[in-house]
Design a protein around this ligand. Sequence first.
Ligand code: GLC
Length: 537
Amino acid sequence: MTEADERAHPSGDPWWAGAVVYQIYPRSFADASGDGIGDLAGIEAHLDHLSGADGALGVDAIWLSPIYPSPLDDFGYDISNYTDVAPEYGTLADLDRLIEACHARGLRLLLDLVPCHTSVEHPWFVKSRSSRDNPKRDWYIWADAREDGSAPSNWTAAFGGPSWEWDASSGQFYLHSFYPEQPDLNWRNPAVAEALADAMGFWFRRGVDGFRVDAIFAAIKDDRFRDNPPERRPSVIPGLGGGGQDPLWSLNRPEVHDVIRHLRRVTDEYPGRVLVGEAYLPVEELSIYLGRGSGDEFHLAFNFELLLSPWKHLDLTLAIERSEALHPPGSWPTYAISNHDKPRPATRWGPDRARTAAFLLLMLRGVAVLYAGDEIGMVDADADLLPDPPFDRAGRDACRTPMQWDASPAAGFSTGEPWLPIVDAGTRNVEVQRNDPTSLLALYRALIAARQGSAALKLGEQRSIFEVAADVLAWVRSAGDERVLALVNVGEAAQRCDLRRANAASGQVLVATSGRSGCIPLEGLTLAPHEALALLL
Ligand code: GLC
């Protein structure tokens, strides 16, 4: 990829505005070495699926979940070295090659930055726990027991149990917001901020285009370890606190914005790079993570309200309207309908909704993050198919099974024994869907092509039309004179639409989840169950 000129749209918007990002869980995408674990060479060998080839999805960027050395207590989200590649995924040279191969196709590559915690095996923590006066002690959060010997606060960890782990040899507790094998870094220590800045610079200089920033809302906690109060009311984001408490003092502290501003300053030294924050928060809180438009916090932050919404007209309407109303002006909502932590849409919302879910993800205003495998409608593995006990104690392996490339026993994923079972490659795989114009894969391709080919869909504004029909979501995307009407029947019955407010007599089908094409009169337009249409007005 040539430098700066490639990094912006002709409109002047940055490259990531309206982008489609493809999330790869490296263990499960493609295994070139034959050890049953996906790797970087496997990803490189499958770039034709993503961009720059006939039949490619046409995405703008890939985001790789962690590829760093790790003892795998949380499958790579427990890092033991921020500036290397885990041997099972390859080498730094493999990563350099992958970056080059991506850029040659105009594809950007994002890595995962995990600033909240390291692995217990990271040399920083090994030193930190070795004695109370080790210079690295203060790189993590250590505290004495209370007088009665109990933990310093009542905080609970995201994956259950207390957030404090007793370290008998040094006689203090350390803090972990996630698993006990993931001790939290102390972001109040400037040396930690500097060390993470160095790690970011290491990857930026290799050509990485940005980071998805893991669990940022847990990066900094109350310095007095005040007890969290009991949960007061259900949040829009269910289970945010866990353990029946409101995470008032342990998550989403105001000081986290200093951490984000620091990450942003480091990023801004490298033109054209992007930071995408991960925080399970209601969108009004996220807007602060986007710096309320001030340009000194995240460029993008996941809005999980759509992902977490029940498949009901009212809930989906609220998720969309809250997003539009509460994102700061000039910012881009970042939507995902699944990821490596959540059940897949074809499982959570049901296979009948996979097509309309794809339509929502790609036709709404914003950045769309597509989790590998959703484009062929992969479903979660049954729990009894998974290794017992699951490697993943938080029970998320079901949505991390290997990508299904073809119908062979190992799904074209590996020549060896895949690390997790293959779910149903015989019926769902890339090879069969690639040449079937009615497949989900073909629909994803068409949706992305429509978006890439339309200023209104990629970069345009969005305005909802209400009361079109009981179960129909409707909105208009517009840029200049171009107007695209999007209609989604989220219900199980046919819906006759009242489209007088669209101010048009007819529309040309740009993309449809059904077989419709051509010019369609809007008066009396009836959508079949689970039908969605984008019409150029
Ligand atoms: C994020 C990751 C998840 C991980 C957690 C702790 O939510 O997506 O997989 O377990 O952070 O790093």
